[in-house]
Design a protein around this ligand. Sequence first.
Ligand code: CP
Length: 316
Amino acid sequence: MLGKSVISLDDLSIPQITDLLHKAQYIDAHRREVAHACDGRVLATLFYEPSTRTRLSFETAMLRLGGKVIGFAGAQLASVTKGESIADTLKTVSNYVDVVAIRHPKEGAALVASRAASVPVINAGDGGHMHPTQTLADLATLQSRFGRVTDLTVGLCGDLMFGRTVHSLIETLCRFGNVRFVLISPDELKTPQYVLDRIDATPSCSYVEVKDLVSVIGDLDVLYMTRVQKERFFNEDDYLRLRDTYILDEDKLALAKEHMAVLHPLPRVNEIAVEVDDDPRAAYFEQVKNGMLMRMALESTVMGDELPGYEPFENK
Ligand code: CP
């Protein structure tokens, strides 16, 4: 994976993703040992869209590996306001850094960036398209909760149309196989056809589309809640009408399996009541920690920096 850009998790093989999962576990258990693995390296975070977790965890990941960070959060502070293209920005920044994480509101922007850059580019979210490092955090959370990422019934609930984390997760779980998807959304926010086609093309996976969370919650091993993506709506009235369609609270959780895991990429608005945070099934702040660990694993890997004492999973 040395020098590789990661625009979608399709850019990585299943053994490579599996190795990243194991590397993240190793990092968590050996924080002191890896604290200088990326000494002398520099990460650029180019965030043309708001972020709390993704940008800060990319940056913390590099700092915890001994590297440094430059970048901008908000394109209004960069020369894009003077009309500079993404390609020119990446050709410029490639001279300064060893790896770039980019978030942009337009689908395909990260791919354009990777083609212009001479260093690895990691997609930190491109419009409603993909969010591969969130999927790495999601997979790590499933692995830690269930000891596997397959043979699960996974409910995805809320904005399945614009939620890029949903699209990335479904596509990647299909590659692992043996997943039953329960797609819970209002008609206006159903899963895009290209994502459904991916499930249809995977013989070991299946899906049902439903509107009602309560009637299916008892069947689920995983409930992946999502926020209605206000910033991708053209019409404020539609957003206001749909935003509170699903609210997970303790009453609904009482109908779920004892060991169901509740995931959410965050930020949440109203879709999970705060009372749920204290339930052992709430896994969304574990996801946050896993996001940082997986980004540490990914950054060090694409730069070719070895972690002292780490033995690649394929060698075990
Ligand atoms: N999950 C996620 O992408 O969060 P941020 O928008 O805060 O980065």
